[in-house]
Design a protein around this ligand. Structure first.
Ligand code: BGC
Length: 399
């Protein structure tokens, strides 16, 4: 039964995207973002196919700085500079940098003569990170956060994306937010945000759903929502959001494993949570795709964050998420590597911290001082050099 569903969804996906397994960076037919006529075009094809990826010069500089301090590892560290990462728009102030990034992407597009895709993580939801502390954001539901999110955050992003209509863009919308509505409504900050997360997501989808933009909603990971009832409930949340946003064609798909460590292929999950049928990330993607299809959300593509899931068996507790020790860079960013998957991509910026390990620091979350977390970690989003070097040394496949 499941097998039949898998085949049906797979053939529809292949027909839609024209993709096959194993295509790498730059492979496939050249895409032309500007040739997309409009409306929901950004949802109809895999935007990762046939494009180059924008390399963020700031990230390249962080990597180079680290290479200089460690001559013995410098050659292998420098290899990381060729891979793209997500660019996180995580505050209103950060938007001041957006035109610069888009200009740089346009320059890379012009000099390579290839469409050049940028991947932005849109991440400033009111009551952000409602179930944890380390990535708490600047907007609060109780302080007019929903209105500010629209006018001070989403509207300006949409205006910039419109001004660069020649650039293909992928948006990963608000990691963790909708998943928190599935499992964490017992927590006051999540309960307070339940309608705001839905309405704000719908608003963002409507505004950012431009011809050159492909939107992906966050879908947590196998170790969070892998159980059948959680997947069902997640799909219910998506249906609500997509109905409010104007329909299932408004988005291209879903992003999983964002900032997490769940392995793509092995059976780690069986040891950590034996009742979870999704024992790795690709099993999760497949089951979710089938469930979505059963509910009328068809022909969607997935992006899987492979920035830090190269090595398996690094955790005993699947729920631990903060700067997990022993992690290594995972599969390199590339298009259409597996059925259902638009891309493997380094969405979390490898080398940036998940949160401070200092109990006296602001936004300290106890998970960042767990026995499985690296010590000496700075604030979320800041460069954690020793952790980056470990990711490089543990890279699987090796760099
Ligand atoms: C942080 C963001 C950061 C992102 C990428 C998140 O955990 O909250 O501020 O930009 O990671 O490193």
């Amino acid at each position: 039964m499941i097998q039949q569903h898998v085949l049906a969804v797979l053939s529809a996906l292949l027909a839609f995207s024209g993709c096959g397994a194993g295509l790498g960076k730059g492979a496939g037919a050249p895409a032309s973002a500007s040739a997309d006529p409009g409306g929901a075009e950004g949802s109809r094809r895999n935007p990762f196919l046939g494009v180059n990826f924008f390399l963020n010069p700031e990230y390249v500089a962080d990597v180079e700085k680290t290479a200089k301090t460690l001559p013995s590892d410098a050659d292998v560290i420098r290899k990381v500079k060729q891979y793209p990462t997500g660019i996180w728009l995580d505050s209103i102030a950060k938007l001041a940098l957006l035109p610069k990034w888009l200009d740089q992407a346009r320059q890379q597009q012009q000099s390579s003569g290839q469409p050049t895709l940028s991947v932005f993580v849109v991440y400033d939801m009111p009551n952000r990170d409602c179930a944890s502390k380390s990535s708490a954001g600047e907007l609060r539901v109780s302080q007019n956060g929903a209105a500010r999110y629209r006018t001070e955050f989403i509207d300006p992003i949409a205006a910039h994306f419109k001004a660069y209509s020649d650039l293909p863009i992928a948006v990963i919308l608000e990691p963790d937010s909708l998943a928190n509505l599935v499992t964490n409504l017992n927590l006051p900050a999540c309960d307070e945000a339940r309608d705001v997360y839905v309405d704000s997501s719908a608003y963002a989808i409507q505004k950012l759903g431009l011809p050159n933009v492909s939107i992906y909603l966050d879908a947590a990971h196998a170790g969070w929502l892998g159980w059948d009832h959680h997947r069902e409930n997640l799909i219910k949340v998506y249906k609500k959001v997509l109905k409010a946003a104007g329909g299932v064609d408004m988005i291209r798909g879903f992003a999983t494993n964002v900032s997490n460590y769940t392995h793509l292929y092995n059976n780690d999950g069986m040891a950590m949570e034996s009742s979870d049928p999704c024992y790795n990330e690709l099993v999760y993607v497949k089951k979710l795709a089938v469930g979505l299809s059963d509910h009328g959300i068809r022909n969607k593509g997935f992006i899987v964050d492979t920035s830090r899931n190269g090595k398996g068996k690094i955790r005993k507790v699947w729920g631990n998420w903060c700067n997990i020790k022993g992690a290594g860079l995972g599969e390199r960013p590339r298009a259409a590597p597996e059925p259902f998957v638009d891309a493997f991509f380094w969405i979390k910026v490898p080398g940036e911290s998940d949160g401070t390990s200092d109990p006296s620091g602001p936004r300290f979350d106890p998970d960042c001082a767990s026995a499985e977390s690296a010590t000496g970690a700075p604030q979320a989003g800041t460069w954690f050099q020793s952790y980056f070097v470990d990711l490089v040394r543990n890279a699987t496949p090796p760099l």
